[in-house]
Write a protein that binds this ligand. Sequence first.
Ligand code: MLT
Length: 423
Amino acid sequence: MADIPLLLDSRTDMARLNENYLKLKAGYLFPEIGRRVSAFCQANPQANVIRLGIGDVTEPLPPAVTEAMHKAVDEMANRSTFHGYGPEQGYDFLRNAIAQHDYVARGAQVAADEIFVSDGSKCDTGNILDVFDLQNTVAVQDPVYPVYVDTNVMAGRTGAADAQGRYAGLTYLPCTAENDFTPALPEQRVDMIYLCYPNNPTGAVASRETLQTWVNYAREQGSLILFDAAYEAFIQDASIPRSIYELDGAREVAIEFRSFSKNAGFTGTRCAFTVVPKDLMVTTASGEKKALHPVWNRRHCTKFNGVSYIVQRGAEAVYSEAGQAQTAELIRFYMENAKLLRAGLTAAGIEVFGGENAPYIWLKTPGGATSWDFFDRLLNDAHLVGTPGSGFGASGEGYFRLSAFNSRVNVEAAVDRIQKMLS
Ligand code: MLT
């Protein structure tokens, strides 16, 4: 028996690892924060830690949603109304509601069969890479939602990371206070560009003109835009587009990711969707033009069996009259938190950005501290958890993100603690 491990150790004909995973930096940002916070809580069990780190909602699902889900559960309990496998792309009742309310009503042309219902935008932004060639060049905003970068690293589209965590082969588009968190167009042509608006983590929004510039760039260059609009419901300024498809020509060059997580509290319930317009063309190595829609449909149906009927009925209820009123109330609640955070931090002498059309406050760390030093200080001295800006990319160094997703009482306590810590 004792010989067996030795035998295994000496074998070379084992299953091989995808070594791209070894290029990834230590851990995905939020688990890394989780580890540090757990260590702190173990050492300080009496501390009342307030978490404004990961953008996870705190308020319960709207009553219209839970009522629809209860009803759907009852249907599942009855032979005549039971549902087995549904359409992989989503039930028509939900796809039609999305197309009508999120697009057609806003003057954007998106048809129900261009919508692919899924279990999350995080998964979708990673999964979409299956249908793109490894040679495609990629640009990301910096700071950036880490999933876009890490999934490209896993796929093998990058080299190693440098000391600042920038991966060779990716084009980083810096977004800092100096450029008003609005990146310049890439200096060299790229095939794929991730844009996230309202932005995670900076809370910045893109005007119609800015987005039109990107769409025009993509059309001229033959590039494709991966547009993450997970936070569109938080836009307060009516002049800001909520969808990339509100811009001329976007149907030819953009995929859009949307989610019920943040607007309707579905982070634990899981429902989102991706729009792949039928006009969107890509090319083969030999230069043949192909529509992406059937390719993504093929991938989606092969690897995914659809979101549960119960959850899709809940998502559909978001678009009912009651659901619209209740989700608007949730947004108002979180945006009031954002306002309190902005005002309280500003009064404490901190320079703040975002939080006006997004649930994230992006702040300059006081005294020029590094992002992680400020994280540790906030945790140790104020028992508050936020997200270090450098965790989102090199250009996030010296910045810090606070989420407005929390109870009012916790947000007020957080402001109070930060003010005391800095006084
Ligand atoms: C965040 O905190 O950046 C988000 O919660 C992450 C996500 O939505 O996956």
